[in-house]
Ligand binder design. Structure first.
Ligand code: NDP
Length: 249
């Protein structure tokens, strides 16, 4: 039996793409995995794909005021939370001058504020047990100047900064905080961008030393490692899982 098998994990955005792959890997390790999203049907489909050890709960994380009660409900149902994966995120592609204040705030609210509020509520619980692992899903958009994703880039840079600040403050409580920065991964998010613009796909792959797109499972494997005791001396890192993209090829 895996050493992770008694653990409980929350994976936000676990109904699709990268979150679904992370949830699949966790559940296969015997971790009780709670996937969170807004769309019940999407979550139900994910549940039937994952099978054992997985549960679904709906929550619109952009409604920050609802998060404390949501975490209370999880604790009432599952008793503990050992792992939190802040994966839910939205992107918005628009020319710089077309981005409204509302657009900008919407992305920051989901990608940054919800990560903070959910982490704070979970940490209140984790600190009493003196153990926990938080994994934030960043992006290489935090490091590179990508066009037409101003709010998304700002949000992912904020994630990297928050990861380091949380890691330093929460270490004495036995809580590790790391981030994963995926490169080009085959999900609905990238299909939308690349299917309509194959030249963009070729350019992206041209910048990737390994020459092909990653799979959501590649991020799942990294999350399993970071959540495990094998990573017990690792905190505050932003781990690129990107086929070498971050080398600056
Ligand atoms: P998806 O769109 O497939 O997944 C995003 C998930 O977030 C959905 O399942 C969605 O569920 C959930 N979500 C969005 N808003 C909310 C909300 N307000 N409350 C609760 N859940 C929400 O995208 P990916 O799997 O591609 O992306 C996952 C993460 O990986 C994101 O943070 C993204 O920025 C990051 N990433 C992705 C890359 C890629 O190449 N695909 C590259 C770099 C980073 P629902 O609709 O049910 O609410």
């Amino acid at each position: 039996m895996s050493t992770q098998s008694k653990k409980v994990a929350i994976v936000t955005g676990g109904g699709s793409g990268i979150g679904l792959a992370i949830a699949q890997k966790f559940a296969a390790e015997g971790i009780t995995t709670i996937i969170v999203g807004r769309d019940q049907e999407k979550l139900n489909n994910a549940l039937s794909e994952i099978g054992e050890n997985c549960h679904a709960m709906t929550c619109d994380l952009a409604n920050l005021a609802g998060i404390p009660a949501f975490v209370e409900e999880i604790l009432k149902l599952f008793g503990q939370v050992d792992i939190l994966v802040n994966n839910a995120g939205i992107n918005m592609k628009k020319d710089f001058t077309e981005v409204t204040d509302e657009d900008f705030l919407q992305v920051i609210n989901t990608n940054v504020c919800a990560v903070f509020t959910l982490s704070r509520e979970v940490v209140k619980h984790m600190q009493s047990r003196k153990t926990g692992s938080i994994i934030n899903i960043s992006s290489m958009a935090a490091q590179y100047g990508l066009p037409r994703v101003i709010a998304y880039s700002a949000s992912k840079s904020a994630i990297d900064g928050m990861t380091r600040a949380m890691a330093s403050e929460l270490s004495p409580m036995g809580i590790r905080v790391n981030a994963i920065a995926p490169g080009f991964i085959e999900t609905a998010m990238t299909a939308k961008a690349f299917n309509s613009d194959p030249a963009r796909r070729d350019k992206a792959l041209g910048r990737t030393p390994m020459g092909y797109m990653g799979k959501p499972e590649d991020i799942g494997d990294a999350a399993v490692f970071l959540a495990s005791d094998s990573a017990k001396y690792i905190t505050g890192v932003v781990l690129p899982v990107d086929g070498g993209n971050s080398i600056g090829f």
